[in-house]
Design a protein around this ligand. Structure first.
Ligand code: FAD
Length: 360
């Protein structure tokens, strides 16, 4: 921001998602476990593919959907999609801050034309949208995701540069790939989009060993504003909130292919969810359930963040990642341990035992 050019009109304060949480009328949350009926869609999605079911209904209403995609250049940005096939790009969480571009502007003009709009994003992005629009619209469904934090696009560009040194040119990176199932989802790198369809990866590691997932989960590379995120509360901003649910304690749902935990906050959201019920498998929790959305701030700064962001410019990429996420013997041991648990199908054994104990 160029302070010298500021005319003190206050527009930035009105639109700043960090300053004030704007929210429309909320009812008591209603919580559901949701799975898309098509297995392939669940496979490609982070959890149960609920987002695709919501987006498909919007397209059926001749509407448009906004969400985050991984571009050919391996950057993450928000785009608009208006056809069912295009929705595939939105599937799976991209653990990098997404660039909004002019999506708020596009959404406003489509909403004013009376088109249905589904806007998805992190809660701060959804709050920014409300601030930009200045009001809620009957023809809009705002979907916010439960968000631990968003990591830096600059550090991600360095990760891509480093991995491409040994793997060659990549065209797709999947942060929560389900080739080893939902319970052991892994970071996977692909040379082509066809290779992704055929699950022919050139790299695969879980959150115990992949450098990006480790740095993301530790919070070391998250945005500074994520450290004091005002959205990690039970008061969500969208009509609908989506998150992961690892164990539903219901064998019918716990099939290791993933389920989405949905919270619906508005009457509009409830009416909308009703319209997708035929395309999903769904189970409701007792009313008022807020399990899973009450994320408290899990990001604490355990290192000198300024030094890390200084060194990302100065150090060669290999040295940077070796310093901040070393692939040590301990890490390798954990990697082998998780791999063995997966190979021996111990996840399923453990789940079945738990289920028997709970329902005894
Ligand atoms: C950075 C990040 C952190 C998350 N942290 C948690 C967490 O701590 N706990 C938890 O329960 N769930 C978390 N989630 C949400 C969760 O992983 C799933 O997105 C959610 O369960 C929906 O899954 P789905 O299968 O229904 O849909 P999917 O098809 O997987 O949905 C993808 C949706 O996420 C949006 N999206 C993907 N990447 C981004 C991004 N970078 N910025 C904005 N929107 C994005 C897409 O636009 C789309 O709406 C996080 C997601 C992201 C992107």
């Amino acid at each position: 921001m160029n302070v010298e050019m500021c005319v003190e009109c206050g527009a930035c304060e009105k639109a700043c998602p960090g300053l004030l949480v704007a929210r429309n009328e909320q009812t008591l949350p209603r919580a559901f476990i949701v799975q898309h009926k098509e297995d392939i869609i669940r496979y490609q999605s982070t959890s149960g593919g609920a987002f695709t079911a919501i987006a498909e209904e919007i397209i059926r209403r001749d509407g448009v959907v906004f969400g985050a995609v991984m571009t050919e250049e391996l950057t993450v940005k928000h785009i608009l999609v208006s056809d069912i096939d295009g929705l595939a790009k939105f599937r799976n969480s991209k653990y990098v801050q997404s660039e909004i571009g002019n999506c708020y502007k596009q959404a406003k003009s489509l909403l004013n034309e009376g088109r249905w709009v589904c806007f998805s994003g992190t809660p701060c992005q959804i709050n920014g949208l409300y601030k930009f629009l200045g009001k809620d619209y009957d023809n809009m469904i705002a979907v916010d995701i439960v968000c631990k934090s968003v990591p830096s696009p600059l550090v991600f560009a360095k990760y891509v540069e480093w991995k491409q040194l040994s793997e060659g040119k990549l065209s797709d990176i999947v942060f929560r790939d389900k080739k080893r199932g939902f319970l052991y989802c892994t970071m996977a790198h692909y040379k082509t989009h066809e290779a992704r369809k055929e699950a022919k990866d050139v790299y695969r590691r879980g959150s115990e060993s992949d450098e990006w997932l480790r740095l993301f989960l530790s919070g070391k590379i998250s945005r500074r504003s994520c450290m004091s995120c005002p959205y990690q509360t039970t008061q969500r901003v969208g009509d609908i909130t989506l998150g992961d649910i690892w164990e539903t304690n219901n064998l019918e749902f716990d099939d290791n292919k993933g389920s989405t935990l949905i919270h619906v906050w508005t009457e509009k959201g409830i009416a909308f969810l009703d319209s997708i019920k035929n395309n999903v498998k769904i189970k409701q929790f007792p009313e008022g359930n807020q399990r899973g959305v009450e994320r408290t701030n899990t990001i604490t700064l355990r290192i000198n963040r300024e030094e890390l962001f200084d060194e990302v410019h100065k150090l060669p990429v290999k040295a940077f990642f070796e310093k901040y996420a070393p692939y040590s013997m301990k890490v390798r041991a954990k990697q082998w341990g998780r791999y063995l648990i997966w190979r021996l199908h111990l996840h399923n054994v453990i789940r079945h035992i738990k289920h028997i104990v709970i329902h005894k």
